[in-house]
Design a protein around this ligand. Structure first.
Ligand code: ADP
Length: 529
């Protein structure tokens, strides 16, 4: 039979142990430990210092940090925490008595220096599953020194052991919760669509980006299956998820599956995506989850398409002048030709014109690749926009008998700091487009105005215009709007790309506005200084 007080003690300990181990919040656990240790020991003050958790490299940082305390002078807590954090004199592999002894010395030094009312300290190591988690220190005071017999000492040890288990659990829980939060943030923050499904393809996670890609919101997706939500309008050759699984995927741990194609969205439109499926196995190598990363590859596909349409377009552009030059040169050279001077002159004029065309095209191509390689260097000087406008008019007027060209600048329009040759290129490109894309003729107007410290210059025509959905794209490299007039007109889709690059290199901005069957206006804005 246990004596009465021991039964009470045991019950008390059991009560505390169960209250502690049920709690997973570290701060609450530490508070409860402090309260119970005060009850058990009658110590007027106490603290708990925990060992720092391993850092990202997995190295354990040896010393301790005070995590909870009661009834202690805040200066003492700060100073003692300072010495606890110093590794000096301690290593990770030091045996417990060595560590406890070293800490005792440090404590004594702090108490001595600060003349704190602390006398007689009981140090209880918190050890759980062989891990030294931290320390529970019970402090006595000069008027109330601590002193216990072996009985109480043992009970406190038992209590410390329970406390250590509770601390370990709470810290593990904290770590897991933190890890979960990090993963959640990564998943939600990812620009790629991500879904997590179980082995039967039932969706467990569906991030925001995937919601946008598929137009199916998280709340609708979770609980459905992959097959309910992912539909291919067309697919690149190869297997989809179901086909791959029926032929044995995933046979091994690291085998991912890649499926690419046009995926149907909720509104019936399609989007080009590449999905990478990765299996997740449990310890018994049973497939438990599949994680799928869904990437929007529209841009990549467009670039691919643009490249191939560029190559076919450009070879056409190159071939036409070469064929004309060769044709005329061959004809004029024929010995039995007997051409009169007028015919010879006409032929030579065409040869020259086509050679010029080739020249411009090659220049533009070189310029485009130079631009991509590393920007444009500008030679700034004072530039008169009215002058360039007038020159552009003189240059282009002989090329058309259907257009009138108007110039409209206020008399006090300022000189603009810019690279003159480049600005000439901008005017030339906009003017040649205005003529080219308004084949029925009309008025082309070059006008200027200022707004604060900026000069705005516009070139407008009365052509059939550009459909609204094409307006953003016409400044892209090699892009040509899909309009009847564009199909008939010659071009490589480089002019506006170069024009925009020049304007932006001047820290300016260019845009187009257009109204179908009314006309198009290109405006660029440059800082005056
Ligand atoms: P290109 O003229 O060689 O095709 P650009 O880059 O100069 O290339 O122009 C891109 C496209 O923008 C053209 O193919 C045409 O569809 C459209 N575009 C440009 N200027 C005009 C305009 N003034 N009116 C209508 N469409 C235009």
């Amino acid at each position: 039979m246990l004596p009465d007080f021991r039964i009470r003690q045991r019950d008390y300990l059991l009560g505390i142990a169960s209250a502690l181990t049920q709690e997973l919040d570290l701060v609450t656990v530490l508070k409860r430990i402090l309260r119970a240790s005060a009850d058990l020991s009658g110590a007027p003050a106490a603290l708990i210092a925990l060992r720092q958790l391993p850092d990202i490299n997995g190295d354990t940082i040896g010393p301790f940090r005070i995590q909870a305390h009661y009834n202690l002078n805040p200066n003492f807590v700060r100073q003692f925490n300072g010495v606890l954090l110093q590794t000096y004199g301690l290593t990770e592999s030091d045996p417990l008595p060595v560590i406890m002894n070293e800490l005792k010395l440090r404590l004594a030094a702090v108490v001595r220096q600060g003349h704190y009312d602390i006398k007689g300290t009981v140090g209880l190591p918190l050890i759980s599953r062989g891990n030294f988690e931290g320390l529970l220190l019970l402090f006595g005071a000069y008027r109330a020194p601590l002193s216990y017999g072996p009985e109480i000492e043992r009970m406190l040890q038992t209590f410390a052991h329970q406390a250590a288990i509770a601390v370990t659990n709470a810290r593990l829980y904290e770590q897991v919760a933190h890890e979960k939060m990090r993963l959640g943030a990564m998943l939600e923050g990812s620009a790629d669509g991500i879904m997590l499904m179980d082995a039967d393809h039932k969706i467990e996670r569906w991030n925001r980006a995937l919601g946008k890609l598929t137009q199916v919101h998280q709340t609708q997706a979770i609980g459905q299956t992959h097959e309910d939500l992912i539909f291919w309008k067309s697919r690149e050759p190869g297997q989809d998820l179901i086909e791959a699984e029926s032929s044995g995927w995933p046979a091994a741990m690291n085998t991912t599956l890649y499926v690419e194609g046009d995926m149907l969205r909720r509104d019936g439109s399609t989007i080009a995506v590449g999905i990478t499926y990765a299996p997740i196995f449990d310890r018994n190598l049973k497939l438990v989850n599949i994680i799928a990363n869904v990437r929007d590859i529209t841009k990549f596909k467009e670039a691919e398409k643009m490249k191939s349409s560029f190559i076919s377009g450009i070879s056409h552009e190159l071939k036409t002048p070469v064929a004309l030059i060769k044709g005329y040169a061959g004809t004029l050279q024929r010995e039995d030709g007997n051409w009169d001077q007028a015919t010879i002159n006409d032929g030579l004029a065409i040869i020259e014109e086509e050679a010029d065309r080739l020249h411009t095209l090659i220049d533009n191509l070189l310029e485009a690749s130079r631009l991509q390689a590393g920007g444009i260097e500008l030679r700034y000087q004072d530039v008169s926009m009215q002058h360039i406008a007038a020159r552009t008019k003189r240059l282009f007027l002989p090329q058309t008998d259907k257009h009138t060209i108007e110039i409209d600048f206020p008399a006090d329009f300022p000189l603009v700091q810019a690279d003159e040759d480049r600005i000439v290129q901008v005017f030339t490109n906009l003017m040649s487009n205005a003529i080219k894309y308004s084949p029925e003729g009309g008025t082309i107007r070059i006008s200027g105005k200022t707004e604060g410290n900026e000069a705005l210059i516009s070139v407008s025509d009365q052509g059939p215009g550009i459909p609204p959905h094409e307006i953003e794209k016409i400044f892209d490299r090699f892009y040509r709007a899909k309009t009847d007039i564009t199909v008939k007109a010659k071009g490589a889709g480089l002019g506006l790309f170069l024009t925009r690059a020049i304007v932006e290199a001047h820290r300016g901005y260019i845009w187009a506005t257009s109204q179908l069957d009314v006309g198009t206006t290109f405006t660029f804005k440059l800082p005056i200084q």
